[in-house]
Design a protein around this ligand. Structure first.
Ligand code: COA
Length: 327
């Protein structure tokens, strides 16, 4: 059975930096409140007209370059996003066209903040069964067009940012790569974090006041579940591999809130610097957050060849997922 190894990483964020101070134009808020509650100091917003596939293109090109392959060598694209260009088709088809591909399959998935690990898990199966050799897994979001910029939206609006991350997963005989992935969903909590429209239960799909297009979140409940489920995910991945927390070189948790990562680190009795965090600079980029972390940690030598890495994510659905990797 071949191993599924990440052979290339890449990330891209749009040029426009939006500081906490800049959000005061829309919200009754402060830099101090946002930093204290979430750790976020700034995020990036895409220009109008830019979709997640546009952000995914440079991230994917960087991942392909690092892997030493061209887009034509890909056997599959897996694209995770909750903010697609349109109702259908998915962003994977848009990226497919931007990459100049002919008939390579593109598979769109959602799964929100857990989307990248779900995508990684799909790639792992296709590689380990021998069906495919090179798969591009992308997480990309343009969330700035789904933010409620009226003061009513301030609790959610300060958290999110735009960006893209991508990895190439390749079949390899080397004894490393994705060791295991662990996926969970609990639909009973859908309404605690969701965007209810556009909805095919309605005609027209959007209510006249357009409020249904904005995220609705019960922040406290989400926080509580996120900490608990990410703990469980990390434990599940470590147990599957027989790794102790001390043996793991780096933990990468979905960047939802710095306080969530800190609570998970404290429970594991590990110093916070063993967790890679960049939410301070990017905000919550949903499906893009883990591949951005991976690409950045690799480029800044926080990850080295042979390192043991645990990934864990939690998001709307509720969904959660974890993975154990040897880099
Ligand atoms: N600026 C200033 N004040 C704000 C604010 C903002 N942007 N948003 C809310 N507030 C106010 C509230 O109105 C409330 O005021 P009150 O006490 O006078 O009623 C107060 O701040 C506390 O609000 P609350 O919502 O209870 O804050 P919190 O401590 O729960 O923090 C979150 C809010 C969103 C930061 C936190 O709940 C969280 O991070 N939840 C998880 C979010 C998440 O991870 N989502 C993605 C999942 S993948």
């Amino acid at each position: 059975m071949p191993n599924a190894v990440i052979t290339g990483t890449g990330f891209y964020v749009p040029e426009k930096v939006v500081t906490n101070e800049a959000l005061k134009e829309y919200y009754d808020t402060s830099h101090e409140w946002i930093v204290e509650r979430s750790g976020i100091e700034q995020r990036y917003f895409a220009s109008l007209g830019v979709g997640p596939s546009d952000l995914a293109l440079p991230a994917s090109q960087a991942a392909l370059n690092e892997a030493g392959i061209s887009a034509q060598d890909l056997d599959l694209i897996i694209f995770a996003t909750l903010s697609p260009e349109c109702w259908f088709p998915g962003s994977g088809c848009f990226l497919h066209r931007l990459l100049g591909l002919d008939t390579t399959p593109a598979l769109d998935i959602r799964m929100q903040c857990s989307g990248f690990i779900y995508g990684l898990s799909i790639a792992e199966q296709y590689i380990k069964t021998g069906k495919y050799k090179h798969i591009l897994v992308v997480g990309a979001e343009v969330q700035s067009t789904s933010i409620d910029f009226s003061n009513e939206g301030r609790t959610v609006g300060v958290l999110f940012g735009d960006g893209a991350g991508a990895v190439v997963v390749s079949a390899s005989e080397e004894n490393r790569g994705i060791r295991s992935t662990h996926l969970h969903t609990q639909g009973e909590h859908i309404e605690k974090l969701w965007v209810p429209e556009p909805s095919s239960r309605k005609s027209p799909k959007v209510s006249p006041d357009l409020k249904g297009l904005y995220p609705i979140m019960n922040g406290r409940e989400v926080f509580k579940h996120a900490v608990q489920r990410m703990k469980e995910g990390i434990l599940e991945a470590m147990q599957a591999e027989g790794w102790s927390p001390e043996e793991v070189n780096l933990f990468i948790t979905h960047q939802a809130n710095l306080r969530i990562s800190m609570a998970v680190a404290e429970w594991l009795e590990q110093p916070i610097d063993r967790f890679y965090n960049n939410i301070q600079r990017y905000g919550n980029t949903t499906a893009a957050s883990i591949p951005i972390c991976l690409a950045e940690a690799w480029r800044t030598e926080k990850i080295k060849k042979g390192d043991k890495i645990i990934l864990a994510a939690f998001g709307s659905g509720f969904t959660w997922a974890s993975a154990a990797l040897i880099w």
